[in-house]
Design a protein around this ligand. Sequence first.
Ligand SMILES: Cc1cc2nc3c(=O)[nH]c(=O)nc-3n(C[C@H](O)[C@H](O)[C@H](O)COP(=O)(O)OP(=O)(O)OC[C@H]3O[C@@H](n4cnc5c(N)ncnc54)[C@H](O)[C@@H]3O)c2cc1C
Length: 542
Amino acid sequence: MIARARDLGPDDPADTPVLVAGAGPVGLALAIELGRLGIGCMVVEKRDGAVSVPKMSQVSARAMEFCRRWGIADAVRAAGWPENHPGDVVYQRSLTGPELGRLPIPSYAVRDRLDFTPESPCHCPQIFFDPILADHAKTRAPVRLRYHLGLESFTQDEGAVRATLRDSLTGETQTVTARYLVGCDGPGGVVREALGIGLGGLGVVAHSINIFFRAPQLVTLHDKGWARFYRSIDEAGCWSEMIAIDGQELWRLTVFDDASPDADAEAYLQRLFGGEFPYEIIDVTHWERRDHVARRYQSGRVFLAGDSAHQCSPTGGYGMHTGIEEAMNIAWKLAAVIERWGGPELLGSYDSERRPIAQRNVALATEAFRTISAIPAIDDAAAAIAAAGKAAPAVKILRAAISGISRSDYHKFQYAYEDSPICIADGTPPPQGGLSFTPSARPGSRAPHAWLKDGRSTLDLFGTGFALLRLGAAPPDTEGLRHAAARAGVPVSETSIADPALADLYGAALILVRPDGHVAWRGDAAPEDPTEVIERIRGAGG
Ligand SMILES: Cc1cc2nc3c(=O)[nH]c(=O)nc-3n(C[C@H](O)[C@H](O)[C@H](O)COP(=O)(O)OP(=O)(O)OC[C@H]3O[C@@H](n4cnc5c(N)ncnc54)[C@H](O)[C@@H]3O)c2cc1C
């Protein structure tokens, strides 16, 4: 039963500390993390929660690290993709035409572990991923997940947000009070619109069509074998990609650019195959491929996260990845202010830390899409040369494009919250850009992964409050830091690890890691003024 709205003073209880609008993957990730931190939240979703058509298919390695934190990584890995299927990206004239290039990606069963993360990216399309998140969210006691309940409107003042919710089955409305509202309501949601926050970016970069279909025999009807992606290049250039959804019988063909409302889905499937084949179309969706980032992520007590805050081309798998990182960034900050150890600048750091990353990721996605769609036409003659193992000029361009596109994992890790008001820079420069990821514990970066002697990852030490790492044989005393944290009510757990390799990796003897796994401060000696450090990292530093 939801109480009626009322005026709230700073000490009055709200109906819920946090109201989350939208139970897509980002709203659910936020709810799970808030629940894990012991913060009550109510998630309202205007639909019934069924996901019948997949958008996202790749859960990034970073998102998998959070699934690991929540104890659902094994379930995600097992849900979407048979472990013996390779995850290759095939470039072809058509499924039955010559193969032009291939980015080989080994199957789960034989792939090597990445050295910079305890997890690996996972193929788990949204029809499988969202239900895993929703089921898990329901097990977190402080989370209330309500379907058929849409956020209609809201007001806010210094004490609270008052939201009007509409039951989509009965049409009845009700009102709730919350300390904070997070709009995870996707690109067409009401929160950003109601706040009057505009969108920056390039706008619509293409009009795409998703054709979701069932074809159980498809992989037996051509010579390309199992792969995750099949990109087709013909006289019109690179015009489409087909993705395997369940590694069995479900597929989605995405036509990159066709704005015509009466586009012929059947003709596109035949062009993909190079002739007729048996299939059943499940769904055809026309959608805009966009390059957008909201001009602000916060207005008072209301925040944006996920596709309500940014929209990008799916190329490279940056969309949900960026949204889940946002959920993790705002979750601990909301928890800190609700528990009253977060300072007045903490919530404002959400925008300054995350919006530049969204701008970068959206631009990378657009660039990746443009690289693929600029792959030139490959005619029969060039295709025949390629099939004979040689490279015609167009095929050389294709192969260069393939190596560029394969770097999205590196981009998803190689960044830091530069100029963050709540991280204390140590003056070291960012690692030199290259073709692979260089782990770093520069303040603002994701704290690096390393395996510990007991089989855990360093990442398994993070997540509840701040983690204070004492590294190396003789790390400095941390009493001053611990006392300063205790005085401010900041939760800090301390771990000492003598392994000198870890001190080398982290570049210092003392490290303070935030609940979202990013480094807030590091030093070889205890700080002269520990209170100043604690005040900065809790957002009270001036
Ligand atoms: C073809 C395609 C492929 C993609 N592939 C990938 C990929 O491989 N990897 C990746 O990381 N990303 C990918 N993405 C992007 C990814 O799907 C999105 O970034 C992700 O779904 C965004 O999640 P979200 O929770 O922010 O928004 P959504 O998934 O849009 O969820 C928003 C939810 O809010 C609900 N809602 C809306 N308004 C209200 C309201 N007023 N009240 C209550 N509820 C409301 C909606 O019903 C919906 O359930 C892909 C996208 C597309 C289109």
